[in-house]
Design a protein around this ligand. Structure first.
Ligand SMILES: Cc1cc2nc3c(=O)[nH]c(=O)nc-3n(C[C@H](O)[C@H](O)[C@H](O)COP(=O)(O)OP(=O)(O)OC[C@H]3O[C@@H](n4cnc5c(N)ncnc54)[C@H](O)[C@@H]3O)c2cc1C
Length: 366
């Protein structure tokens, strides 16, 4: 069987690795002349959004057969609203290194491939490849091809400012900020590489790239961020729903298959899972939609969080952070195995529906 994969990201690399396990030798096309990212950063996989998984490293290793070495565990979450702060302690997940070097998580995945032909520096076209191969896996990290094929429904577009900073950091802590004065229902967070270096990302929905710098300056001033910025760049981020996930012999995996969660913009675990599931559906002839149902459902829950969050004021954020700081709530949310995403998503879906009906009744009245 001839399989082409477009994109050597999480979804593409894990898809190739899984195909190899079944004796298939895929061809993997990557537009860059390297594996990984042009820019260095650190990303987190948090267990709270992947429950009932208890330990991310163990789950990846034992259930998915992929050992990935993290840079550090995450044991502290610091949530800041305009006037309040809540600090959580526990086993929240892990930080993974991103960039080009060998220890970066994509290069760790790449080093596991033994029978995949990797073609770097090649901007692949799914139309051409679909004629040449039995199956084409689109794992491009963006919805461009999915949109072209009419399978993409947009949920959430945002601009992101990313900065690498130096200073003194707790290497196991994520610091988050929510404040509508600069993030417009988005958020900002800091994730450390180590004690001396970190990256900060600010995500602002529904603004243009030209507007991003002014929001960034308000963030730096409001939160009194004095770290030395050594690198800075802008990114555009899209989250949406993909259906169907397969058109003829073309399969969508990872972000190209709607794998990014619309609440926080996290997607590594979803890309890994959908990469593996694409391979299994190709090899075993199983229904891909069924295999990835849980990933898509979780993103739908996450979308309900996003919609509710989009209506919140700074005062609401202060109340939320106050609530999160209550010992009983802390214990329930962070130190139990309660599926917060599912329960919260189902509850918010009802609330959001009521709100939407109320709004549409208001419009029809006027
Ligand atoms: C700054 C930042 C911070 C993030 N933080 C987190 C986090 O903390 N936790 C988390 O879970 N997620 C995080 N994410 C999201 C996470 O990085 C993505 O969900 C994940 O990388 C998606 O994996 P993927 O395989 O779908 O795509 P990618 O990892 O983006 O890989 C796609 C690959 O396809 C290649 N490609 C694209 N088009 C073509 C083409 N036509 N031909 C050949 N190659 C092509 C690209 O060069 C790239 O190598 C973050 C993202 C960013 C940008």
């Amino acid at each position: 069987m001839k399989v082409a994969i477009i994109g050597a990201g999480f979804a593409g690399l894990t898809c190739a690795y899984e195909l190899e396990k079944y004796g298939i030798k895929p061809v993997l096309y990557e537009k860059n002349n390297f594996i990984g990212e042009a820019y260095e950063h650190v990303t987190a996989i948090l267990e709270i959004v992947h429950r009932p998984i208890k330990d991310i490293v163990d789950y990846l290793n034992q259930d998915l057969g992929i050992y990935l070495k993290p840079v550090n565990p995450v044991d502290t979450l610091i949530h800041n609203s305009p006037n309040n702060r809540a600090i959580m302690k526990g086993n929240f997940g892990y930080f993974y290194k991103r960039g080009r070097e060998k220890t970066s998580v994509k290069n760790q995945l790449f080093s596991k491939l033994k029978n995949t032909k990797v073609i770097l520096n090649e901007m692949a076209d799914y139309k051409k490849l679909s004629k040449k191969y039995d199956h084409v896996v689109v794992a491009t990290g963006n919805p461009n091809f999915t949109e072209e094929l009419g399978c993409w429904q947009e949920w959430f577009v945002s601009m992101e400012k990313v900065a690498v900073v130096t200073g003194d950091f707790n290497p196991k802590a994520i610091v988050m900020w929510i404040n509508n004065d600069y993030a417009k229902n988005g958020y900002a967070y800091l994730a450390p590489f180590n004690e001396k270096k970190a990256y900060i990302i600010m995500v602002v929905p529904c603004i243009t790239e030209e507007q991003l710098d002014s929001y960034w300056n308000v963030f730096l001033n409001t939160e009194n961020i004095k770290y030395k910025i050594i690198e800075e760049y802008n990114l555009k981020h899209k989250a949406g729903l993909v259906y169907p996930h397969r058109v003829q012999n073309i399969h969508f995996a990872g972000t190209a298959g709607g794998g990014i969660d619309p609440f926080l913009g996290f997607g590594q675990m979803n890309s890994i899972k959908t990469g593996i599931m694409t391979a299994r559906s190709i090899v075993k002839g199983k229904n891909y939609e069924k295999l990835i149902k849980k990933v898509i459902r979780n993103n739908e829950y996450s979308y309900e969080f996003r919609k509710a969050f989009n209506r919140m004021s700074n005062k609401d954020y202060d109340i939320l952070i106050n609530l999160l700081d209550l010992p009983i709530i802390k214990q329930l949310i962070y130190n139990t195995q309660i599926n917060v995403l599912k329960l919260g998503g189902e509850f918010l879906a009802k609330l959001n529906k009521r709100y939407e009906i109320k709004e549409s009744n208001k419009k029809s009245f006027y």
